[in-house]
Design a protein around this ligand. Structure first.
Ligand SMILES: Nc1nc2c(ncn2[C@@H]2O[C@H](COP(=O)(O)OP(=O)(O)OP(=O)(O)O)[C@@H](O)[C@H]2O)c(=O)[nH]1
Ligand SMILES: C[C@H](OP(=O)(O)O)C(=O)O
Length: 208
């Protein structure tokens, strides 16, 4: 069993550009990546591959293997899965609330595939026992697509339902969740730049 984290640092997290500069977004994704790697290690996963279109930001990476593939997210992951000879967990790099307990539960599934939905129809993590029999199709409502792909190819599916594992950091409002529920370097980075303010019964993000 091994883990793969797709990762692109250059101009990452464009949807956070209303509140963070390019430089800040690139620093922030690197902190989130390192947290995800630590979580996977804590869960006991021995092989961790980072699949990236470039070595940018990964020059000094020692905690995981760096695999380069310049093609887009889906093509790179499908090439990776085709060659894999053991179960694979795909984990996105933007999951600072993911814990080792979640990872252990996801990989303990009795089904062939375990899908962890993200907000808005995305897929935050995907565990595949027979990777050469599966293809991914991220973007759009990829959660529904990934369930269908399993069903169409005769593979059973579990949906892992979790607020924290389901919280990917895409948009400014997601930073609220990180400040409320997070810990570690990614939360610290954001808490130096923003604070939470109560306004009309809702918590919102305010630049410091
Ligand atoms: N290997 C690879 N990984 C990618 C690529 N684009 C995004 N990723 C990674 O795929 C995961 C999900 O990507 P998104 O949530 O869309 O992140 P993003 O592209 O930085 O964010 P936006 O610019 O806001 O869409 C993250 O772990 C990214 O680092 C790519 O072209 N190749
Ligand atoms: C890659 C994409 O991420 P999102 O844009 O939903 O964060 C998805 O999960 O299909």
């Amino acid at each position: 069993m091994k883990a793969v984290i797709p990762y692109k640092k250059a101009s990452a997290k464009s949807r956070l550009s209303p509140v963070l500069t390019r430089e800040e977004r690139e620093e922030f994704v690197e902190l989130m990546l390192n947290q995800v790697i630590d979580t996977l290690k804590e869960a006991g996963i021995g092989t961790i591959d980072i699949l990236s279109p470039s070595t940018y930001g990964l020059e000094n990476m020692t905690k995981a293997n760096v695999l380069l593939d310049k093609s887009d997210l889906n093509e790179a992951l499908n090439r990776y899965l085709k060659q894999a000879e053991e179960p694979v967990i795909i984990v996105m790099a933007d999951l600072p609330l993911l814990s080792s307990k979640h990872v252990k539960e996801i990989i303990s599934t009795k089904k062939d595939v375990c899908v962890v939905p993200g907000k808005g129809g995305g897929t935050n993590s995907l565990f595949i026992k027979n990777p050469s029999r599966y293809t991914v199709r991220y973007y759009g409502s990829s959660f529904l697509t990934h369930c269908s792909i399993a069903e169409e190819t005769g593979q059973s599916v579990e949906v892992y339902d979790s607020l924290f594992a389901g919280t990917d950091i895409d948009e400014p409002e997601d930073l609220v969740e990180l400040l409320i529920h997070g810990s570690g370097a990614a939360k610290k980075y954001i808490s130096k730049k923003f604070r939470l303010e109560m306004s009309r019964g809702r918590v919102r993000l305010v630049h410091i």
